[in-house]
Design a protein around this ligand. Structure first.
Ligand SMILES: *Cc1c(COP(=O)(O)O)cnc(C)c1O
Length: 438
């Protein structure tokens, strides 16, 4: 039995894992074409045909909407911008509550704060790490204006149950699909199940254009309001038949032609890159050696996961080894990935801490120093951002292990090295227990 690298033995592998780079000839050719045209953006922030952007932007929107069977696609320069525009389009404002998950990237929460609404945190379903319909139901008040659902790690939320609650209470549902391109729920693509769905083309996501995003919707009015907020709404309202000035305050969330062109080429590869992730993870899961306390988090029968990350549930009491030590032992066996040097191996514990524990919520300070929107006189509810409000999130944060040993750049031999590291740890659990006692 070989000694664990954490305890002074040789690691399973030292050669870096291959680069995760899917920018290829198609993207390069497209970029050169756009460069030759000299038109790097055709947006105008006044009422004009160019209010909706250039050829690449419009083709990007059309192709994306068609592939998701959505009526409208509105491109933006990030998923964060898309979430902000979607919340604004929904008419959210001071005094309103927006139900959100605290287990997400912060932008899915700050999108509500940006319109002077207060986030109300609901708990997750521990099976899929997405908002629990029961918890949403408990948090609904007459002030609830929107729900932002995150398909976390690429696992779709239980959208039928969530839409039933939303319809009953006339609440707008925004899907944050940053981690879930090509994920499906009961055969339907995520991003088209709520009123608006927002995707990311940030470098760290399944496909990317450096930075970028898109909002999908089947509602023409919402699509138009998103397009207005994207591009200086206040300057354009007179030229338009605008039914409400609410939130018609614009930003510049516009995507350039280069990003749109790259985004089109990336989008064409999206399904095959996600399929490769599914294939790799299936291999990883099938060959994962047994480790006390460690189990593969199940995927619901009626969904297709897109594996931004995969989850392993870990019960430290069962193994008699802390999660921290287990991860340290795996890290010691495995190298990093080229292009992501300094980020550590593709495995870690807990994902982000519950967002209500961030200083913004603990101190209730966001815009200015008067406590707005939390202490806004128009807000009539009572906020609670104490530890303990979402026990399932806190439990997941304290126990789960997430990994990306399904990235499309990984070959079978790479995955075999990762699996050998797990096997080595499994063989040396007693040594790890002794190490922890020291
Ligand atoms: C990455 C991410 C975002 C933000 O995406 P950007 O395009 O970087 O703004 C939002 N929500 C979730 C869940 C994310 O993972």
């Amino acid at each position: 039995m070989t000694k664990l690298a954490l305890l002074g033995g040789d690691p399973v592998r030292t050669k870096l894992f291959p680069a995760h780079n899917f920018i290829g000839d198609a993207e390069k050719k497209k970029v050169m074409e756009i460069m030759d045209s000299g038109v790097l953006s055709r947006f105008l922030g006044v009422w004009h045909d160019d209010f909706y952007g250039g050829d690449e932007v419009r083709a990007f929107e059309r192709e994306w909407a068609d592939s998701y069977r959505a009526k409208h696609g509105v491109s933006v320069n990030s998923c964060t911008s898309g979430l902000y525009a979607a919340v604004g389009a929904a008419g959210v404002g001071p005094g309103d509550e927006v139900i959100v998950s605290p287990y997400t990237m912060v932008a899915s929460v700050t999108a509500a704060v940006a319109f002077n609404a207060v986030p109300v945190f609901a708990d997750i379903d521990p099976q899929n790490f997405c908002l629990s319909p029961e918890s949403i139901r408990e948090r609904i008040t007459e002030r609830t204006k929107a729900i932002i659902v995150v398909h976390l790690f690429g696992h779709p939320a239980d959208m039928d149950a969530i839409m039933e609650i939303a319809t009953q209470h006339n609440i707008t549902v925004i899907e944050d699909c940053a981690q879930a391109p090509n994920a499906t729920y009961k055969g339907r693509p995520v991003g088209t199940l709520g009123h608006m769905g927002v995707f990311s083309l940030n470098y760290h996501k399944h496909i990317h254009s450096g930075e970028g995003g898109i909002v999908l919707t089947n509602d023409e009015r919402l699509a138009d309001r998103v397009a207005m907020i994207r591009n200086h709404a206040e300057a354009v309202v007179t030229g338009r038949e605008i039914d409400s000035l609410v939130n018609m305050v614009g930003f510049n969330f516009r995507m350039g032609e280069l990003e749109a062109g790259i985004g089109r080429m990336q989008h064409a590869k999206s399904q095959s890159l996600v399929d490769q992730r599914r294939y790799n993870l299936e291999y990883f899961n099938r060959n994962l050696p047994e480790i006390e306390g460690l189990t593969i988090s199940p995927v619901a029968d009626d969904v297709e996961h897109s594996y931004y990350a995969a989850v392993l549930n870990y019960e430290a009491q069962v193994a008699g080894i802390s999660r921290d030590t287990l991860i340290k032992a795996l890290h010691a066996e495995l190298p990093e990935t080229e292009m992501r040097k300094g980020h550590g191996p593709l495995i870690g514990g807990g994902y982000v801490k519950p967002i209500y524990l961030y200083p913004m919520f603990q101190e209730q300070t966001a815009f200015g120093n008067l406590g707005c929107p939390f202490k806004c006189p128009h807000y009539k509810g009572e906020l609670n951002y104490s530890a303990g409000i979402c026990p399932e999130v806190e439990h997941a944060h304290a126990t789960i292990i997430t990994h990306e040993y399904m990235q499309p750049s990984l070959e079978k031999s790479d995955l075999d090295d990762v699996l050998s590291a797990f096997a080595k740890v499994a063989d040396n659990m007693d040594d790890l227990r002794a190490f922890e006692k020291e």
